[in-house]
Design a protein around this ligand. Structure first.
Ligand code: FE
Length: 227
């Protein structure tokens, strides 16, 4: 993660007389211990009906519980899984461990239907590279799945992934409403120079980020089909 852009952002905020607002921690209620992770349901992944227009979802929800969604919302675009997915990730909302290298990231958001209804107990299975751009392919470092709480909300604590050859910064995720199709996609970070050189970068999958005293607060809402 280029440090300079956050530094620039902080300077601009200071010049504008702005005060940074730390992200509000969100209480996540683990649920659905008996649910089957998408990891074990990898056959016949449905392809989402993606409309190549923006999802009109506001993504700055790190300090608010409001759902900003206009119905009908555009489905979250699907994206290639890449070569580093591993089934069977542990259920956990934090992939971060004390002393882990990189910039801490707390990503929050909702899983919604296209008519803007939050989906409780939706599965989110995240995996990513570490701050040096390396995946843990022997274990489950920086891999984990979780479920949205009763309000359809999720929170992921992790670090900003590093770059690796040919790719900009990204976090992989599979999202699935209960009994719905699995959507495989990737999230990106704004202001990363390499975004423009990554052939699969999609601005519709940009996380909304905000600097905090503890790292970065990010927000992204997913819109998926539910059954
Ligand atoms: Fe990747």
């Amino acid at each position: 993660m280029p440090i300079y852009r956050y530094s620039i952002a902080m300077v601009l905020l200071a010049l504008a007389g702005c005060t940074q607002t730390p992200a509000t921690p969100i209480t996540h209620t683990p649920s659905l211990a008996s649910s089957t992770p998408a990891a074990s349901a990898q056959t016949a992944l449905p392809v989402a009906n993606v409309t190549p227009t923006q999802p009109s979802l506001a993504k700055s929800q790190s300090s608010s519980t409001a759902i900003n969604c206009s119905s009908p919302a555009t489905l979250t675009p699907s994206m290639t899984e890449g070569p580093y997915y591993k089934a069977g990730s542990p259920e956990r909302s934090s992939l971060y461990t004390q002393g882990m290298a990189g910039t801490k990231l707390i990503l929050t958001g909702y899983v919604l239907t296209s008519d803007c209804k939050p989906i409780a107990h939706a599965l989110l299975d995240f995996w990513q590279a570490d701050a040096k751009g390396v995946y843990d392919n022997s274990g489950y470092n920086l891999r984990g799945h979780q479920f949205t709480d009763d309000s359809g909300r999720y929170q992921l604590t992790t670090v900003v992934p590093g770059l690796y050859p040919g790719r900009t910064e990204h976090i992989h995720v599979k999202v699935q409403a209960p009994n719905g199709p699995i959507i495989t996609t990737q999230l990106f970070f704004p202001g990363v120079v390499q975004n423009q050189n990554d052939s699969i970068f999609d601005p519709k999958l940009l996380i909304n980020t905000q600097n905090t005293s503890d790292g970065i607060a990010g927000a992204y809402d997913f819109v998926v089909n539910a059954r």
